[in-house]
Write a protein that binds this ligand. Structure first.
Ligand SMILES: Nc1ncnc2c1ncn2[C@@H]1O[C@H](COP(=O)(O)OP(=O)(O)O)[C@@H](O)[C@H]1O
Ligand SMILES: [Mg+2]
Length: 339
C-alpha cells in the first residue's frame, strides 16, 4: 500500500444471490425473481489509519460486503481494492494485507487451548517458530488471555473467544482489520474492553473496517460511518456530521400502552413531525416505543400526546432527546434501526 492509497476502495460493488430451493438445489430463475440483491452497488473508501463503520440493520448487506473484501465471496459486479490490490485478480495479496474476524465464526478450535490455537495458525501463516513464540506471548498478553492461555477454548467466555479470534487475525501483523459485528453477544464490560482494543489498534497505525447494528457503538468508535440499508449506502460521513445533518431537529421518544395500530400514520400527520418509527419497547410487556423526529418539540408535543390519547392509548413515558444516529437512520428510512 503506498502512501496516498486508501486502505479500502469499493466502487459499484454488488452481490446477487440465487435463492436456494428447499432441497438445497439452485432453482433456475427464468425471470430473475428467485434472486436476492444483498449488496446493491455500494461505494466507499476507507482511509489509512481510520476506524470506518458499516452501520445498518440485520440483512442490510454488511457481512456480505466484508466477505467480498476478504475474498470469501466473489462480487457479482463492481470492484473492491484492499491495500491497493483487487479482491478478484489479486486475492492472495488482499488476504495477506488483512486480518478478518467474522461473526459467529468458529475460527478457533474449542478442543485446543488458546495458545495451541495460535501456534496452529502461526504454522499456517508460516511464521518461523521462534518468532511465533514471541508473537503469541505478546498477543496473549495484550488481549488479556495470558492467564488462561493453556486452558481449553471451550472453557472460555464469549468475550475471551472473541479476543482469541482477534489475536488469530493479528498474528501475521496485517495493516488492515475487518471486524464483522465485533461486540455482538458480549456483555457490556467485555464490549467496552474490545472497543478500547480497537482504539489501541488504531493508535498503532492499523486501519479498521467494522460492521455493527449498534448505533451507539458506531457513534463511539468510528471516525466515519456508511449507513447501509437494503444493500445501499444511504449516508456516509462522520457521526457528528451525520447528526448535524438533522439540523435543529429533535427526537421525541414515547412509550405507550398497547399495540400501535395505525398510530404511526396519525403522528406523521401532526404538524412539524417529520418521521415516526415504531418498535416494541425493550423494557415492558404490552408497551411499544414511538420514535418521533420533529422540527419543533415545543410545538408538536401537545398534538402528539393528544393523538396518542385519541387513539385510545395511555402514554407511559415520554422524553425529548438530542438526535442520535438512530434518528438519522429514522429520518432517512422511516424505520427504526432496531426493528
Ligand atoms: N449465502 C447466501 N445465500 C443467499 N442469501 C444470502 C446469503 N448470505 C446472505 N444472504 C442474504 O443477503 C442479505 C444480506 O445479508 P448480510 O450481508 O448477512 O446482512 P447483514 O450482515 O447486514 O445482516 C440478507 O437478505 C441475507 O438473507
Ligand atoms: Mg451480518
Amino acid at each position: 500500500m503506498n502512501e496516498r492509497q486508501d486502505a479500502v476502495e469499493v466502487v459499484g460493488l454488488r452481490k446477487v444471490f440465487e435463492r436456494r430451493a428447499r432441497r438445497g438445489l439452485l432453482r433456475r430463475a427464468p425471470n430473475g425473481a428467485k434472486t436476492l440483491i444483498a449488496v446493491d452497488g455500494i461505494d466507499f473508501r476507507v482511509k489509512r489509519g481510520e476506524i470506518f463503520g458499516l452501520l445498518g440493520p440485520n440483512g442490510a448487506g454488511k457481512t456480505t460486503t466484508i466477505k467480498m473484501l476478504c475474498t470469501l465471496l466473489s462480487p457479482t459486479s463492481g470492484t473492491a481494492r484492499v491495500a491497493g490490490h483487487d479482491v478478484v485478480r489479486e486475492a492472495a495479496k488482499v488476504r495477506s494485507s488483512l486480518g478478518t474476524v467474522l461473526t459467529g465464526e468458529r475460527s478457533v478450535y474449542w478442543k485446543l487451548t488458546g495458545r495451541e490455537n495460535l501456534r496452529y495458525y502461526a504454522a499456517l501463516y508460516r511464521i518461523p517458530r521462534r518468532k511465533a513464540r514471541e508473537r503469541i506471548a505478546e498477543l496473549l498478553e495484550r488481549l488479556e488471555l495470558a492467564g488462561r492461555a493453556d486452558e481449553l477454548v471451550e472453557k472460555y467466555s464469549s468475550g475471551m473467544k472473541q479476543r482469541l479470534a482477534l489475536a488469530r487475525a493479528l498474528l501475521p501483523s496485517p495493516p488492515i482489520l475487518l471486524l464483522d459485528e465485533p461486540t455482538v453477544g458480549l456483555d457490556p464490560q467485555a464490549a467496552r474492553n474490545l472497543r478500547q482494543t480497537i482504539f489501541d489498534l488504531q493508535a498503532e497505525g492499523k486501519t479498521v473496517l467494522l460492521t455493527t447494528h449498534y448505533m451507539a457503538e458506531a457513534d463511539d468508535l468510528c471516525d466515519r460511518i456508511a449507513i447501509i440499508d437494503q444493500g445501499k449506502v444511504i449516508a456516509l460521513d462522520s457521526p457528528a456530521a451525520l447528526k448535524e445533518g438533522l439540523g435543529a431537529k429533535e427526537g421525541v421518544r414515547l412509550e405507550i400502552q398497547g399495540e400501535p395500530n395505525g398510530l404511526g400514520d396519525a403522528l406523521r400527520a401532526v404538524a412539524s413531525v417529520e418521521s415516526v418509527a415504531v418498535r416494541p419497547s425493550a423494557n415492558g410487556v404490552g408497551t411499544c416505543e414511538l420514535q418521533v423526529i420533529t422540527s419543533s418539540s415545543r410545538r408538536s408535543i401537545g398534538p402528539i400526546i393528544e393523538s396518542v390519547r385519541a387513539a385510545g392509548h395511555e402514554v407511559v413515558h415520554f422524553q425529548v432527546v438530542q438526535p442520535t444516529l438512530e434518528d438519522v437512520f429514522i429520518s432517512l428510512t422511516g424505520k427504526s434501526l432496531r426493528d
